[in-house]
Each structure stands twice: as structure tokens, then as C-alpha cells.
Design a protein around this ligand. Structure first.
Ligand code: 9MR
Length: 474
């Protein structure tokens, strides 16, 4: 972070926006930003979205399209109102790695350079996603796809190391209904693909906050929201490096702003992650739309760990849903009622205490098993269970370790406590859901070298198993 701070405060272009640049550079150390804000009040404070949000220790951002940066009306509003940007498409896999191993950052760099020279921070979007994959990745599967995805995460996060406030490491991995994972080529590489992506991102850029980002996770009662919540809870319990959850918040009549939105934000925050509103747009017009924008802002300000809001475009004509006029500026660049309601809500926000953000922990490697069962001396394997239990449910992670002869295939068998049942398994094939159950390797983790290990896991209802289980090699 030191290097970033020095870079951000040095250049002449950065000076006019020094306060915002500092916020950007010390995003992980909000108290410093607060001190700067207190000692150097600006005449523009509270008259723009970015300035007003900064007074509350938060950012106000927008999605930006690189090709629009030559539109002076567009950049005029961007530079005046916003202190954070997200590349609308330019950092996606198809844009940054159009051919395998050949990286192209030209469009993304235009956005990052514009942001940095105007004192704005950058949200990175998105490293691993089932959509907008280049054709070559769409044609991969299994280990080849897993390795390609991890390489992509590593390369892109390394290239932008020190310049990104928060990365959407994984985007939209949950199914629209049912609360489980979305089927995708990435999901088919093994349920642990998400945590593998987070670990790779942390190793590549330890200073960036690492987010999981999704849509239709705003309503606390929806199964999808609960599915993501349980994943984050499990990640926190097991030390998977996740720092934040992004709520896209594309609201319309089919997916309306829910009255329990604040509950959702607070509940996730209570897991020990920041929450961010990452792609906000609200279809509608006039006072109804304005009121909803105000409600969203008030909800974010009410949650200490809601660190910022990003709208998904500047003018209605810039929106992916332009006909729904969902943004804060009309197609001529005029401020809408929604803009005024947003600014008023920001200015009225109760607290001036910025969220206290803890710096992300150092890079983590795969956590060791909770008990140290030595690998078997010859053929065979061992299985060590780590249980994350909560009221009514559990996640058990299993570390399989091969003996000195290695393993070409493995099966873990155990007996679940009475009343428990398995609802979801990753990185293994389950047989049975209650009583005596077994888990067989899948393709990518079938072969284990001498003493090597792999992890799989399962989720269930009731009381989960812990300790050790029987492991059979072959
Ligand atoms: O706004 C983006 C649009 O220009 C692209 O055509 C589209 C392609 O998938 O992606 C849009 O942005 C999406 C974002 O990356 C992820 N969440 C949903 C957004 C709206 O579709």
C-alpha cells in the first residue's frame, strides 16, 4: 500500500483531487481518510454525490464504458460527481484474455488511468464469471478450465496490483432459484472453484478487497440470498480470503427494492465482511423512483460496513436497460429527481463516522486440517473432517491425504449422526444422504501423489460429522 500512496499523491494531475485520491489509496485504512476530510473541508463538500459520500466515509461510483470517455458531457458528469468507477465490460475475461495466455488491457487501462488521474478509486469487475468468457475458455472443461481460470485471476489481479480498491473475484455463481450454485462450466470443475479463485486473487493482490458479487440477493427471504449468505459464512469460518459482498441491486418490477434490504446488508456485514452496492439501477421515474433511490442510500448509510454505492451507468441512455430510465441523469445529462433524492439522502445521513475497515489479512494458503493425522505409511489414504456447525445445519470439509504409494481414486465413508442429511456436495460424488454415506473422487482430484492431499466438502441439515472417516484408495 505504501507504493500506491506515494504514486497517488505525487502526480500533478492528482493534486486537484488529492482528497479523493487519498481516500482511494487508503481505502483499507478509513481512519486516515477521515482525518484528511476533517482537516481539509472543501467548498464542494456535500454538493456532489462523491463529495457527500466521502463525508460519510464512503464512495459513490459509476460503471464506465471506455469508448464514452471521449464524450465530454459524459466525462464532465463523471469527473464532477463520482469518486469511484467500475469498468462496465473492459475488465471481463473476454476483454482481457481474448486468446489464451494473451492479455489485452488497453480498454481497461483507459478507464483505470482516467480514474487515477482524477482521484477516483477503481472497483475491478470481474475475474471469474460464467458469462462473457472468451470462446477458448467456453470450450474448456475440467482441470484445463480450472487452471485457465486460476491463471486468469492471477495474471489480471497481478497486473492491476495496487490499483484496485475491491475486486469482484467471482460474479453471479448462484442459481436464480433454490439457493444452490448455478450450473456452469466453472461450477463443473468442482464446487471449490470459488474459494480457489479467492485464494489466487489474494496471493496476486493482497491489498485489494476481495468480493463475491451477485444479483437478486437483496431480499433477505429469497433462497438465493440465503445460499450466498451460507457460502460467505462458511468461507469466513474456514479462513477463505473474502472481504466483501457486492449486491448488484438492479431493481425493477420483477425484482423490486425489498423493504428488508437493510436487514440483508446488515446480516452479511455481521459475518465480518464489507458490503457494497455494486450495480445500482432502479427502473421507473419521478418521485417513486426518487424515493427508492433515497431508501437505498439510507440503508447503506445505516450499515457501518456498507462502504459505498456504484450506479450502473451515468445517463439513462448509458444504461443496459435504457428503456427503463433507471439512472440518476436523463439522456441529456440533466439531474433527475432521483439524483436530488440520492444527494439529499447522502447529506442527511446520520453518521459521519466512516466504517472501520480492518486491513485484509496476509495471503493465506490452504488451512491445515484441524487434527494432524499422519499420512498412512504405505498404500491407502486418510480423511480428516472439519465441521462448521450452526443451528440446524452444517458444512463439513474433508481433507483426503494419500499414503506413500499415492492414490489413483479414493472413497471416504462415514456415518452421519441420526437426523442429519446431506443436501449439497462439492469436489466429490456423494452416495447416500443419511446414515452411512460415502464420497467418491471426481475427475480432477482422482490422482493424488505420495502424501498429497485434496479437499472436498458437503453441506447438510441437522448435526454434521467431525473427526476422521474411513478412506479407501483405489
Ligand atoms: O452493462 C453490461 C452490458 O454492457 C453487457 O452487454 C452485459 C453483458 O453480460 O453486461 C452488463 O453488465 C452486467 C454486469 O457485468 C454483471 N451484472 C449484470 C450487469 C447487467 O447485465
Amino acid at each position: 500500500m505504501d507504493k500506491v500512496l506515494a504514486r497517488d499523491t505525487e502526480g500533478p494531475a492528482a493534486r486537484p483531487r488529492r482528497r479523493a485520491a487519498l481516500i482511494s489509496a487508503v481505502a483499507g485504512v478509513a481512519m486516515v481518510a477521515a482525518a484528511v476530510m476533517v482537516t481539509s473541508p472543501s467548498a464542494s463538500a456535500g454538493t456532489t454525490l462523491g463529495a457527500s459520500a466521502a463525508e460519510k466515509g464512503r464512495y459513490f461510483g459509476t460503471a464506465v464504458a471506455a469508448f464514452k470517455l471521449s464524450d465530454s458531457q459524459y466525462t464532465g458528469i463523471l469527473n464532477r460527481e463520482f469518486n469511484s468507477v467500475t469498468a462496465e465490460n473492459e475488465m471481463k475475461w473476454d476483454a482481457t484474455e481474448p486468446s489464451q495466455g494473451q492479455f489485452n488491457y488497453s480498454s481497461a487501462d483507459r478507464i483505470v488511468n482516467h480514474a487515477r488521474s482524477n482521484g477516483m478509486q477503481v472497483r475491478g469487475h470481474a475475474l471469474a464469471w460464467h458469462s462473457q468468457q472468451p470462446g477458448w475458455a467456453q470450450n474448456l472443461s475440467g482441470t484445463a478450465l480450472r487452471q485457465a481460470m486460476l491463471n486468469h485471476v492471477t495474471q489480471v489481479a497481478t497486473y492491476y496490483r495496487g490499483k484496485i480498491y475491491a475486486w469482484d473475484v467471482v460474479n453471479e455463481a448462484y442459481a436464480d432459484s433454490g439457493g444452490g450454485r448455478r450450473d456452469s462450466n466453472l461450477q463443473r470443475t468442482g464446487n471449490d472453484w470459488i474459494e480457489a479463485a479467492f485464494r489466487a486473487a489474494r496471493a496476486a493482490d493482497p491489498g485489494a478487497k476481495l468480493c463475491y458479487n451477485d444479483y437478486n440477493t437483496d431480499n433477505w427471504t429469497w433462497a438465493k440470498t440465503q445460499g450466498v449468505y451460507n457460502m460467505v459464512k462458511d468461507f469466513k469460518a474456514r479462513g477463505v480470503p473474502i472481504d466483501c459482498v457486492g449486491f448488484q441491486s438492479h431493481f425493477n418490477s420483477g425484482s423490486p427494492y425489498p423493504s428488508n434490504y437493510r436487514t440483508t446488508l446488515q446480516s452479511f456485514a455481521d459475518l465480518g465482511v464489507d458490503v457494497q452496492i455494486t450495480e445500482l439501477d432502479i427502473e421507473g421515474s419521478g418521485s417513486t423512483q426518487a424515493t427508492t433511490y433515497g431508501n437505498v442510500v439510507r440503508d447503506c448509510l445505516a450499515v457501518a460496513r456498507c462502504t459505498g454505492i456504484t450506479v450502473w451507468g451515468i445517463r439513462d441512455s448509458d444504461s443496459w436497460r435504457a428503456s427503463g430510465t433507471p439512472l440518476l441523469f436523463d439522456s441529456s445529462g440533466n439531474k433527475k429527481q432521483a439524483y436530488t433524492a440520492t444527494l439529499d439522502a447522502l447529506n442527511a445521513g446520520g453518521t459521519t463516522t466512516p466504517p472501520t475497515t480492518t486491513p485484509p489479512p496476509p495471503p493465506t494458503t490452504t488451512p491445515p486440517p484441524s487434527t494432524t493425522t499422519p499420512p498412512p505409511s504405505g498404500s491407502g489414504c486418510t480423511a480428516t473432517l472439519t465441521l462448521n456447525q450452526w443451528q440446524g445445519g452444517f458444512v463439513t470439509n474433508v481433507r483426503v491425504t494419500a499414503g506413500a504409494a499415492g492414490a489413483n481414486g479414493w472413497t471416504v465413508s462415514l456415518t452421519l449422526p441420526s437426523g442429519a442429511s446431506v443436501t449439497n456436495t462439492w469436489s466429490a460424488q456423494a452416495s447416500g444422504t443419511s446414515g452411512a454415506v460415502s464420497f467418491r473422487n471426481v475427475d480432477y482430484n482422482r490422482q493424488l501423489g505420495a502424501g498429497a492431499s485434496t479437499e472436498f466438502g458437503f453441506q447438510g441439515n441437522g448435526t454434521g460429522p467431525s473427526g476422521t472417516a474411513t478412506c479407501t484408495a483405489g
